[in-house]
Design a protein. Structure first.
Length: 158
């Protein structure tokens, strides 16, 4: 019994550390940043983004829980053998958008941070967009109603 308690404590600690690392890589942007997502044309999912809404930690929990599904998607406009490896290792911004009259969650991902491995300073408050960058940057829409990701896209190459 004493050994099983140790294992339970160890597993709880491992889960807590991995959960904390996930949270450090994901942020919620203010609803006002939804407008910045319209810079990207066409938007993920192909339909225009017409507004924004404020997501909460409870709203992004299912997105983060399913983020590994991104690795199985083929990005729009890329060969089928191209995939995002380890999407959980990217820094991810979440912003609520209105697309086709529905509340959806826009995920903007940044692979590398600065020289210290940290994301850009403004990434916690402002939408961070790079016009090229290949597999280092990707975007996708999450539909909370269907619980599916829509329209994965990777930034073009320079």
């Amino acid at each position: 019994m004493h050994v099983s308690r140790r294992w339970a404590v160890l597993l709880a600690l491992v889960f807590a550390v991995s959960h904390a690392q996930t949270l450090e890589r994901a942020v919620i942007l203010p609803a006002s940043e939804a407008k910045a997502t319209t810079k990207i044309y066409p938007p993920p999912g192909g339909k225009p983004i017409t507004g924004g809404w404020q997501v909460t930690p409870a709203d992004i929990a299912p997105v983060e829980a399913r983020i590994s599904e991104i690795a199985h998607m083929t990005p729009r406009g890329w060969p089928s053998q191209i995939h995002i490896q380890n999407p959980d290792l990217y820094f991810r911004q979440h912003v609520g958008v209105i697309q086709e009259g529905k509340k959806r969650i826009y995920v903007n991902a940044i692979r590398h941070g600065n020289d210290e491995g940290k994301p850009p300073r403004e990434w916690c408050t402002h939408f961070y967009w790079v016009s090229d960058g290949d597999l280092n940057y990707w975007q996708v829409i999450y539909d909370p109603e269907t619980k599916q990701f829509i329209g994965l896209q990777i930034n073009p190459r320079a």
